[in-house]
Structure formats: structure tokens, C-alpha cells
Design a protein around this ligand. Sequence first.
Ligand code: CS2
Ligand code: MG
Length: 404
Amino acid sequence: MRIIAADTVVTGPGRNFVTLRITTDDGLTGVGDATLNGRELAVASYLRDHVAPLLTGRDAGRIEDTWQYLYRGAYWRRGPVTMAAVAAVDTALWDIKAKAAGMPLYQLLGGASRTGALAYGHASGRDIPEILDSVRAVRAEGYRAVRVQSGVPGLDSVYGVDDPTRTAGTASGGHPRPHEETWDTAAYLRHIPRVFEAVRAEFGPELPLLHDGHHRLTPIQAARLGKDLEPYDLFWLEDATPAEDPTALRLVRGHTTTPLALGEVFNSVYDYGPLLSERLIDFVRSAVTHAGGVTGLRKLLDLAAVHGARSGIHGPADISPVGMAAAVHLDLAVHNFGIQEYTRHTAETLEVFRPSYTFEGGALHPSEQPGLGVDLDAEAAARFPYEPAYLPVNRLLDGTLHDW
Ligand code: CS2
Ligand code: MG
């Protein structure tokens, strides 16, 4: 089974997505997600200009060899652009292999280890009453685990509450500028424990609650937040400190029993290093899309298992239904599953991508269709052109640029 075509599809049904579609000489097609929010065209070029020409004529069944060929063979290995491209090729080849086998992907990964993948939804609000309403609404949608993000008194626009697709007007040539949010760590640290106190009091002890710190705290600030949140028994505190310095987590870990999650911005198993070997985190957050595909995640989740960490695969709306489907197959198959983030895609996105996974009883379930179980409608994709968009940037009240 030889690869005869590898087409990169860039589409913007409400937000931008990059998808690789591989076709084989026996007529099978496979899809892989390569969406890197805010830097989409860099990955599209990497795929079109550097990867697709190498794929034609290769044996579609040699997934590990192709992964190594694109990873080691590039010499300039790793990095978000490279690894999103590798992810798309890898995921598309797994889709093809599972279709050729006539099995849903999770069967090739070892079969089901559970009946479904517990998913968490997003609740947020500018103040506590809005947050309580939002948690109620998320539960009414069927979720049994909820991430809670809050506005901070004195700040206009905060991660997780404000619309991340906002722009701040246009620069020359009509190109958008990133929206600017504001940040005050001291106000945040004072406020967040009150939010979780109110949510726990309202919803009782059993509801799994999560929170994303989005890389904003120093190690000692993160340690304090973890301690202050201990009475509210979080499922996890995510990205308490910027992810690139694993030594920061030593300090956080030494001070708090709040479980820690990290890794959505990582792009390979190697990024985790001491975070896993020293047991500094409880959950690994890499997405199939950003960390080398099904093969990349499989390597990571196996290493995590050795060090007692579980999966918490990244699943915001900027992971396409293709990336989400791949995650759901892994979630079902791996032993050390923790939880799956699941943000529903818009109707426009679902016109282009037709996933067959389902969300029932608070859990995600892959379909029994052979492969990933996602069709890409190329005509619908062409109706939604790419539009440049950025993630926001974040500034302290005195204007200093801070982590977003
Ligand atoms: C996030 C994302 O889902 C999460 O935990 O931190 O919202 C992240 O900000 C986006 O994926 C960025 O593209
Ligand atoms: Mg996050």
C-alpha cells in the first residue's frame, strides 16, 4: 500500500484548522490534524513544501519508520511546527492502517481498557454568581467534571473568561493585531480560593473540579495557590508555572498535595524529562496534534505510566475533530487514562469535519467505524477560507508583557 498523495487542507470554519489528507494507491484516505493556533500557515508550509514530497511512494503501513524518518531524518528535530506536521502524517497513517484492518483505531492500540473516556467541560464567569450559573449549565450539558476559570476583580479581560478569538483592530494590510489582556497576580491569588470555596459549597464534594493557571505564576506563588486550594480538593491545577522550566515544579511539589498537570505546550516526550522521572506532575497534557501524533502520544503515555502519571489530553476547540477523535481512541485504549478535555466544536466546524465519536453520560466514546471515524468534507472546507488570527497577549497593569 503506497502513498500517492498528501494534501494539506487549510480551512477557517469559525477558526482556522490545518489538516493533512493522505491517499494510498488502493484508494484509502487518512486524515491528521496539524493545527497550531495562531501559527497555522507555518505548519501548512512545512507539510506542503518539505514533507508531502517525501511521502509520495512510501509504504503507508510503515508508521514508526515514517515517524522516525520525519523526526530524526529532519536533523532539526522537535519544535511545535515540526511536531504538528509529524503528528498529522502519523495520525493519517494510523487512520489508514485501521481502515485497512477494518477496525476502529482503538482496537489496533490494544482494545478498550474502559467503557468511555471521562471528559471535562469549561465553566467560567466574571464573578462568583456567573461562575455558579456556568457550572450548572455545563453539568446540564452532561459533563461530570468541570474546569472553572474566573474573572479577577480589577481586571477587564482574563484568560478563560474572555473570548480568545478577539482581536485588537488591524495593522497595515488588514492583518489583525492580538487582543491584549491584563493581569495582576496578587489579585488573582486573593480571589481564586474564594471562587473554589463557593463552587464546592454549591456543588458538594464529589464533582471533579479543575483549574488552569495558564503559566502565569512564579514557583512560590504557584506553591501558595496549590496550598490555598487544598481544602477544595481539585482534580488538578494545570500549568501553574511556565512549562519550560521543570525545576520550578520541584518547589511547587514540595509545598502542596494539589495534583498538578502540565504539558499542553510541549511537543515531545523529551520535554517532560525530570517532570516525570522525579514524579513532579500527576497528569500529562500533550495533544495528539502537537506532540507527534498517535505514535508520539503513545511513547509519552507509556513513559508517564512508568512514573505514575496519567493522561489529560489537551482538547480545546483549536484541536480539530480529527485530533479529538485520535485522542478519544487513545483514551479508551491506554491503561493510565486520567481525563479528557472536551470542548464542543461549532456547527460550522462540524460542517467541514464529520466526527462519529459521541458524548454520553459525561464520557466520550469512539465510534466502531474503521479508522479514526472522521470524514473531511473538502467542498465544505473550501467554503471557509483561512483568516489570519492570533491568540491574545497579556500585560501586567504597568504594561509589562506577561505570560498569556
Ligand atoms: C488551554 C487552551 O485548553 C486549555 O487548557 O490552555 O485554552 C489554550 O489556551 C489554547 O489551546 C491555545 O491555543
Ligand atoms: Mg491549558
